[in-house]
Design a protein around this ligand. Sequence first.
Ligand code: SF4
Length: 372
Amino acid sequence: MTTKLVRQQTVITNAFHRNLIDWFRQHRRLLPWRNKRTPYRVWIAEIMLQQTRVDQAQPYFDRFMKRFPSLRSLAAAPREDVLKCWEGLGYYSRARNLHEAARHIARDHKGRFPRTREELLALPGIGPYTAAAIGSLAFQLPLAVVDGNVIRVLSRVFAIEEPASSSKTTRQVQEWADRLLLQEDPGTFNEAMMELGALCCTPRGPDCPNCPLRAICQAHKKGQAEAYPRKAPRKKIPHKLVAAGVIINSRNQILLAQRRDTDMLGGLWEFPGGKMEPGEDAVACLERELKEELGIRVRVGDELLVVAHAFSHFTMDLHAHWVKIISGRPRAIECADYVWTPPAQLRMYPMPRADVKIAEHVMARFADGTAT
Ligand code: SF4
């Protein structure tokens, strides 16, 4: 290696190992999971933060810790309670996997949190990113974390030209992160990288003048920080029309159906229904769906409300209608289970966000005496 290259590498390593770590010590946020750090708390925080912003996750983390203060308490809880505590955070497979993993650790590891990469990867819901985060933060394993923040920082510092979503970029970023990892303190290094992406090297308006990596950052040198990471052409997100039936019986009870574990939002309770087929309106859709899902023939009444909701991969308008059963007794044919509940108890069941809005509307209609 030439002297020039060695000098360049030393400058890069110093920027990450000194400037970045010093910056982190001065700017790190006081976050609840950074207090009383235990493998259990690190794990719960990392799973919550997989798809959720820090400010959104904080109250959920506090509530979760209050309700399930230890791995054993989580393992011993009914799954319904775990889902209820997770309600509103989305991506519910995370909660189901947490619960399953807690039971696995309690049973097969005698409650002691696994501490090798292989054992961590064997737990439900833990992939390479989460294994690296837990391994480094809780056990100081030399594993470099690559999340969205790290991809942004390294794409800018090294002006990576491939789109961020490409596997080539992920590979390149992982190689850089592995090479740069501070072996004596991998946990702090990983946290510093993620914190820089969250506070300084933000997607819009990065604070380059105050960045600890500005001297080596190629995107900054080109005056094109925001042009990195490169974006792949946008795919159009589909929009779906969906109908939900608020089925009411003669005792003024409402039927809720439980989604199957294999479905999106599995384990949650909802007002049954489904996607409108081409040419169908909400009425025709509910007549068909409720026959398929619950084996009942129904009369569909007035529309209660329309809930607009966006998931990461599609948007939907959910049309909720009052429904009465004309014939048949409900059977759980295309759902995991069903239950009749008084309107006042609807919110006891863990539900997807859009169904929470319907439940609150139904409860308000019963409270003011305008329910159908
Ligand atoms: S100099 Fe700017 S673009 Fe480069 S890492 Fe720092 S904040 Fe990000």
